[in-house]
Structure formats: C-alpha cells, structure tokens
Design a protein around this ligand. Structure first.
Ligand SMILES: *[C@@H]1O[C@H](CO)[C@@H](O)[C@H](O)[C@H]1NC(C)=O
Ligand SMILES: *[C@@H]1O[C@H](CO)[C@@H](O)[C@H](O)[C@H]1NC(C)=O
Ligand SMILES: *[C@@H]1O[C@H](CO)[C@@H](O)[C@H](O)[C@H]1NC(C)=O
Ligand SMILES: *[C@@H]1O[C@H](CO)[C@@H](O)[C@H](O)[C@H]1NC(C)=O
Length: 424
C-alpha cells in the first residue's frame, strides 16, 4: 500500500492545508517585503548544496532578567554573522533545543521562533528543524513550535509520522538537481532525514501522585524507525538506485558514547571533546521503560542505530545536545561492548550556536558542503564556521576519514558582552 504512494503524493500529504504563508499582523517581521525562498531544494548550477546547522540556540531563558533577552539578541547576531560569511547556504537546519522550554510562559512560549528565524526570512532562505529535549515542557509543546514555524513559507519543518507519541519533527526533504523544475518529474539527488529524539516534559501535564512534570522518552521511537525503513525503501524503489542521504537528530545515539570511550584523537577526529561522557538517547531510562532515576541508560536507541547502519547511502548523522563536543567520528567497526556494528556512517556533532544553554565554547555552526561530484563516492565535506568568522575542523568525510590527519581544533571561549549575569 505504502509503496504505491508516489513521492509527489507524499510531499503533498506532508503539507498541512492550514499552513499559513503570511505572518500574523502583530509579528515584527515584514513578511511581504522579504525575498521568497525557493520552492524546491536544489543543487546550485556549480553542482553544490550547502547546509548551515545551528543547534542548541536555547532562546527564551529568564525573560524576567535582562540577561535572558540579551542572550537571544546575541544568538541572532551569531546566526547573522555565520550566514553573512556563508552566502552560499541553501538550507539552514535548526538541530534541536531551539527554546529553553522550562523558562517560558504558556501564552507566548513559541514566540521566540519569530526572532530566531528572522535572519533566514530576511535572506529568503529555507530552514528545517528537529526538536530537542528542551523544546517540550510544561509550558511549551513541539506541535505549537511547528505551527509557529509554519507561519512562514520559508519553514520546511513538517511532521510525517502521525503517531502523536512518536514526536513531531520526523520527516524527509528531497534535494534535486539544478535543472529540476518539478518534483513530479525529478529523482532526488540527495535525501535529508530529520528525526525527533523527543525528551523533555509533557505539555500541561503533572503527575497526579507526585505533582511533578511528566518526562517523555528521549530516543527515536520504533514507529519512526519503521517509517524510515519503509519510506526509504519506497524512495530507492522509485529512483531505481540508492540515494545519497544525510540525517539530523538532536540527541546522539549510544554509538557516539561508545566511540568517545574508545578515544577521540585531536587530529583524526578534530573538535572539542569536553562533554565526557556524552549524554545519549535512552539516557536516564531503564530497559523496562521506567525513568525513576534507577538506570543510566535503557538501550532504546538500538532499533534506530540498527537502521542507520543498514541504510546504504546514508553518509552522516548530525547531532547537537552535547554542547561541549564538536567532532565527527566514523563508526566503522564493532565497538567493544556493543551489539551493533558500524558500517562507516559518520556521527558528527555541530557547534553550540546559542548564547542560551550551558557552556561558553565559542559559538558557531557546522557547515556541510555536498557536491554532486563527490556524492558519486558517497563523500561530503564539513567544517565549523565560528561567530568570529574563522573556520575550524575542516574535514572530508571520505573512506579514510578517521585515519587522515587534520589540524587540531582550538578550544576557544566567548562570553555575552551585553549580559549582566550578577551572581549566576
Ligand atoms: C513572554 O511573556 C513574558 C511574561 O509576560 C515576557 O516577560 C516575555 O518578554 C514574553 N516573551 C516574548 C517572546 O514575547
Ligand atoms: C507557565 O506559564 C504560566 C502562565 O504564564 C506561568 O504562570 C507559570 O509560572 C509557568 N509555569 C512554569 C512551570 O514555568
Ligand atoms: C552503549 O555504550 C556503552 C559504552 O561504550 C557500551 O558499553 C554498551 O554496550 C553500549 N550499549 C548499547 C546497547 O549500544
Ligand atoms: C580523504 O580526504 C583527505 C582530505 O582531503 C585526503 O587526504 C585523503 O586522501 C582522502 N582519501 C581518499 C581515499 O580519497
């Protein structure tokens, strides 16, 4: 049944008919004066497609102190500076923890989206989000964030897995060749997968017994893994070949932890490696589904890890969540203790982009440069563009990544110069 649905049909179904393209009047954004984002994601005529990943922006902290709103102003500056330095960006990815939900007020908790997306709206850029554990809390829901994002035609964030317990930001976006005029007649050159690793707390719910907020599972749901496998099989079937792909998820899997334990080398996996051990999917849960603090890790990300290591063409998975880690690791072996063997997929962190959220590592955004030429060998290039304008950690995710030697990444710090934190 699923296999008979065409890709165009799937894409059509994925666009809610209630999607508003014009911002509400009270918005401070001049929607109609802004350049239009391209309708199709396409490679540029030179055969490249460039993605800028912002993660852990953590807008909306402490609205009652002056430093909270000041942090957000500085985070917008980070986005503007990076996008000014990276004018070839074809898609912006917001890879989770857009908003620090536990600090927000119910009546306006998603409004921070307006401020966050202004740099993209002003430039006529498309963006696509995954949601993180801080994007769900007593006063904020992922569904409401999606609705707020979709008021702009630039938003490509959507929700393709209807199971309401499976999270919201589960979807894919096709990227077409430069000559493509309609998705009905073109085969995608690249697929971008977005997965919701959930976490945080349920909206407007308190545990009747304890009065505490209700925790949500913090891994990619098994129903999403099923959807991914079926949808990918359909895409491969239609294309008649494996399609190169990249994936985005906020919380990394246990494989990143296991690889970190096996050693992160400053030259072979260049990047900051300060969050040791990393926090991973399934953290804080027991294998039997309890999350009462009794267990450190429940293994619920095994189906997802299995899926990403058995999907031909999936070159890399990009995560955030651990603000102090910025490396890429090629998972190409059975790491001791694990049951799942890596197939060579690259697991990458980005760079903490926001002035909200923990840590003072210099803010920046991971850049991914895909070229049709290198895709023939399933290879992509990536580096981190810092708010200072410098670039660090440039690597080629090819077959020898992990063996090649690169310059080590400096571990610089920045501070919010307009924030008065007092005793913090
Ligand atoms: C949300 O409401 C709070 C409390 O009234 C206010 O301090 C804050 O500035 C508001 N945030 C936004 C983004 O409007
Ligand atoms: C949620 O929002 C309400 C309404 O603005 C506010 O009174 C309350 O303090 C917030 N709750 C939490 C847990 O932040
Ligand atoms: C998770 O990683 C730890 C640390 O390397 C490892 O001991 C364990 O076997 C892994 N578990 C799974 C299910 O991947
Ligand atoms: C992978 O890329 C690096 C950096 O450009 C290069 O030195 C290395 O030779 C490449 N490996 C292969 C197999 O092409």
């Amino acid at each position: 049944m699923l296999l008979s649905i065409t890709l165009a049909g799937l894409l059509f179904l994925a666009l809610p008919s209630c999607q508003l393209s014009i911002p509400w009047p009270e918005s401070n954004l001049r929607g109609d004066a802004n350049p239009q984002p391209p309708r199709l994601l396409k490679f540029k005529p030179d055969g490249t497609f460039h993605i800028s990943i912002f993660e852990d922006l953590h807008f909306g902290e402490n609205a009652w102190d002056s430093w909270g709103p000041q942090q957000d102003i500085n985070s917008v500056t980070v986005i503007n500076n990076v996008l000014d330095t990276e004018p070839l960006t074809g898609l912006v990815v917001l890879n989770g923890d857009l908003i620090t939900g536990e600090n927000t007020f119910r009546e306006n908790s998603t409004r921070y989206i307006d401020q966050m997306v202004a740099p993209m709206v002003e430039r006529g850029l498309n963006w696509a989000s995954t949601y993180g554990n801080h994007d769900s809390d007593y006063n904020i829901s992922r569904f409401a964030i999606l609705a707020r994002e979709q008021r702009w035609r630039n938003a490509r964030t959507t929700s393709m897995v209807p199971n309401k317990d499976a999270g919201v930001s589960n979807y894919f976006l096709p990227v077409y060749g430069t000559d493509c005029v309609s998705e009905i007649s073109c085969t995608p050159e690249l697929i971008l997968w977005f997965f919701d690793s959930r976490g945080g707390f349920a909206y407007q719910q308190k545990d009747e017994r304890t009065g505490q907020r209700v925790g949500q599972p913090d891994w990619v749901d098994a129903s999403v893994v099923d959807w991914f496998r079926q949808t990918n099989a359909m895409l491969v079937n239609q294309a008649g070949r494996f399609i190169p792909s990249l994936a985005f998820v906020h919380i990394p899997t246990n494989a990143s932890l296991a690889l970190q334990y096996s050693g992160v080398d400053a030259n072979r996996q260049p990047g900051i490696n300060d969050d040791v051990p990393i926090a991973q999917q399934g953290q804080g849960w027991c294998p039997d589904g309890r999350n009462d603090g009794a267990c450190s890790y429940g293994g619920q990300d095994v189906p997802f890890m299995h899926a990403i290591t058995t999907t031909p063409g999936l070159m890399a998975l990009f995560s955030g969540h651990d603000h102090g880690n910025t490396w890429c690791y090629k998972w190409d072996r059975l790491v001791p203790g694990m049951t799942i063997k890596g197939n060579g997929i690259n697991l990458c962190f980005g760079q903490h982009s926001g002035y909200g959220g923990y840590g003072s590592w210099i803010r920046g955004a991971r850049q991914v440069v895909v070229s049709q030429e290198k895709l023939k060998d399933w290879v992509v290039d990536t580096y981190i563009r810092l708010e200072s304008g410098a670039s660090v950690g440039a690597v080629t995710l090819n077959s020898t990544y992990g063996k090649d030697s690169y310059p080590a990444t400096p571990n610089d710090r920045t501070r919010c110069s307009t924030c008065i934190y007092g005793r913090r």
